[in-house]
Design a protein around this ligand. Structure first.
Ligand SMILES: [Zn+2]
Length: 307
């Protein structure tokens, strides 16, 4: 079975502002790297997320307020680094729709492993608050769809973006059926994700200091995250795949290379094969150096493909 990849050109239409790091060229860099470096992928069109699926995470008044705020021209600033342009909601709805559809297709047995090449990212969006370049909590909504439709009850989310996934944690921190595992740099935006934040025993936060050697990041991933993932025995694993822990990334100070993301991906797949019938849905989050982002996403997808 070839690896399914969900994307859509509408996601190029979100313009967060001049010289904003979360730029349309990010998606182009990822898509080009995958088309050139991984021929034969099963490219699929990301649908728009349905309101009732978003409502599993975001109250309808929040979605309605975003739709009302969307400008016909120019930009509306939601917080110092999160803005709406005329193309933002179609983009964000496709991003969430991609992850939701990938989960549903997993449930239908169409594929075990898939990747969503999407923007804007989602893991900072809280149920009633857009922040950190994120509008909808795409991965969280997809987890809720998996549960509601009987695709999987016990679901794990592995977030290796260099920033803490505060939005995902906010959705699940009191739900023992969902395990949230995050490795991120501290101190760094958004400032949450201390290892003392453990939810109801279902949240694991591992933190690396600025300029941590790659070996430390790997050790934390291997010793803090993977044993918890295995012990939880999830029926489905979602990955918040941010590539901003790369050494070249301008928004953080980690030292990873593309091969580290491939290594982490293989570790997740090992658990998926043992526990979850090999079922993994991965979704792009951050990554702001275009060259590093393309290479890292390709390394991740090639590792996923081996699964
Ligand atoms: Zn990030």
């Amino acid at each position: 079975m070839s690896l399914a990849v969900y994307s859509h050109p509408d996601m190029l239409g979100h313009d967060a502002g001049h010289a904003h790091p979360e730029q349309p060229a990010r998606l182009t860099a990822v898509v080009d790297a995958l088309r050139d470096g991984a021929p034969g992928l099963d490219w699929r069109e990301a649908p728009l997320a349905a309101r009732e699926d978003l409502a599993r995470v975001h109250p309808d008044r929040y979605v309605e307020a975003l739709l009302q705020a969307a400008p016909r021209e120019g930009r509306v600033q939601l917080d110092p680094d999160t803005a709406l342009s005329p193309g933002s909601l179609p983009a964000a709805l496709r991003a969430a729709g991609a992850v939701i559809e990938a989960v549903r297709a997993t449930g239908r047995g169409e594929h075990a492993v898939s990747f969503c090449a999407v923007r804007p990212p989602g893991h900072h969006a809280e149920p009633e608050r857009a922040m950190g370049f994120c509008l909808f909590s795409s991965v969280a909504a997809a987890v809720r769809v998996a549960q509601a439709e009987g695709i999987a009850q016990r679901v794990a989310v592995v977030d290796f973006d260099v920033h803490h996934g505060n939005g995902t944690q906010a959705v699940f921190e009191s739900d023992p059926d969902v395990l949230f595992l995050s490795i991120h740099q501290a101190p760094l935006y958004p400032g949450t994700g201390d290892p003392s934040e453990t939810g109801v025993g279902n949240v694991v936060n591992a933190t690396a200091p600025p300029n941590a050697p790659r070996e430390l990041w790997r050790r934390l991933f291997e010793t803090r995250l993977m044993p918890e993932l295995d012990a939880f025995a999830p029926e489905l694993i979602l990955v918040s795949a941010g590539f901003d822990a790369h050494a070249r990334d301008p928004l953080a100070q980690q030292q990873l290379e593309g091969e580290d993301f491939a290594w982490a991906t293989r570790a997740i797949l090992d658990v998926a094969r043992a526990r979850a019938g090999g079922r993994v849905v991965s979704s792009l989050e951050g990554g702001y150096d275009l060259q590093a982002l393309g290479r890292s996403a390709l390394a991740h997808v090639q590792a996923l493909r081996e699964g």
